[in-house]
Design a protein around this ligand. Structure first.
Ligand code: GLY
Length: 357
């Protein structure tokens, strides 16, 4: 079992290993010794696979366990689901020392975290991610929230978990497309901050089938967790360095929303990265040969690097971006492989940046 420590307002570990789902009860007891009750939040695809194991690991340590299972998908990420979670906790006498445990991917982690952040003004949350995307990014760092019809993650709170438990065997049951979208976030770390990860990813033999190499995948997950832990340690509240994790997301979120969430998040991030990489070359911020390598690697991992979104549509979309401050948005540019820069632009400057031909 590997441990990566996140040093921030409340230090916690990300533990990574094969089969550690069965350790959930013991690990939970260690970090939350006063807790008596656990609400497991999961979704309709994941619960049938892993709920019973997690539940029996927790009951084995003496916890009283409750469940809230929602219909899988971004369409469930709303206040009605949160209200359902609050209801189960309120009816069963949860107190501030009790726990919400997120068992699933990014949507589950965001919602369970938000329910925990708000119930009784904040109870404990434990993240148990089952998707690659959630393991490498979403479940570390305490971002929680729900969507509004106007946009993704428009309501939320920072609420750090007590521990993150990543059982890499859970990746075995992921559909190929869900695994592949997670590689979008992995590539992001390589491009913004981690040249060694870039070397590992570009040197991997069967890129389209990398999921078969579980040892390598575990190394990659641990590397990403370490990168994320470093970023959170420097900028927990997203005022500086953490914004670089948004590489590809500014345009990616617009594409995702315009597809009515039929396109997966990691796929949209990959498209967003490709669009920004190409625009960066045209504005003299990035060498073409480096950009070509980055684009080829995105495609080698089975992800798209382009989209037919127009610069005008992208501009319109970012006007709603929750990261907009006053009249400016922070656009993340990669100026070399492994090096990123935050570039403040107005929406019109962003339009000109994307329109450069
Ligand atoms: N997923 C980006 C962040 O945690 O800031």
């Amino acid at each position: 079992m590997r441990r990566v420590t996140v040093n921030c307002s409340s230090n916690y570990d990300v533990v990574i290993g094969k089969g550690i789902l069965d350790e959930t009860g013991r690990l939970t007891k260690q970090v939350c010794p006063k807790a008596q009750k656990v609400l497991i939040v999961s979704e309709s695809n994941v619960a049938p696979l892993y709920m019973d194991r997690v539940k029996s690991s927790l009951t084995g340590e003496g916890f009283a366990v409750f469940e809230y299972v929602f219909e899988a998908g971004e369409q469930s990420k709303n206040i009605a689901s949160i209200s359902g979670m609050w209801g189960v906790m309120a009816s069963n006498g949860f107190t501030r020392t009790d726990i919400v445990l997120a068992l699933g991917g990014g949507v589950t982690g965001d919602m369970a975290g938000f329910a925990a952040a708000t119930f009784l003004r904040g109870i404990k949350v434990i993240q148990v991610p089952t998707s690659l995307l959630a393991m490498v990014d979403a479940c570390i760092g305490g971002k929680t929230g729900i969507d509004l019809p106007q946009g993704k993650n428009q309501v939320g709170a920072f609420h750090q978990p007590s521990i993150v438990i990543e059982d890499t065997s859970c990746l075995d049951t992921l559909p190929d497309s869900v695994f592949t979208e997670g590689m979008g976030e992995v590539l992001k770390y390589a491009y913004i901050m981690d040249t060694e990860l870039y070397e590992i990813l570009s040197g991997a033999e069967d890129k389209a089938d990398i999921r078969k190499n579980l040892d390598l995948i575990e190394d990659i997950i641990a590397r990403c967790a370490y990168d994320k832990a470093y970023v959170i340690g420097e900028d927990e509240n997203d005022n500086g360095l953490r914004q670089t994790l948004n590489f590809g997301h500014t345009v990616g979120h617009v594409i995702e929303r315009d597809s009515n969430f039929t396109l997966a998040h990691g796929v949209c991030v990959a498209k967003g990265m490709g669009i920004i990489i190409r625009a960066s070359v045209l504005s003299g911020k990035l060498d073409k040969d480096k950009a070509d390598k980055m684009i080829s690697l995105i495609e080698a991992y089975g992800l798209p690097s382009e989209d037919d979104i127009t610069p005008e549509e992208a501009r319109e979309g970012v006007l709603n971006d929750k990261k907009k401050r006053g009249d400016t948005i922070s656009v993340i540019l990669v100026t070399d492989i492994g090096r990123s820069e935050i570039c403040k632009m107005t929406a019109d400057e962003f339009l000109q940046f994307l329109k450069r031909k």
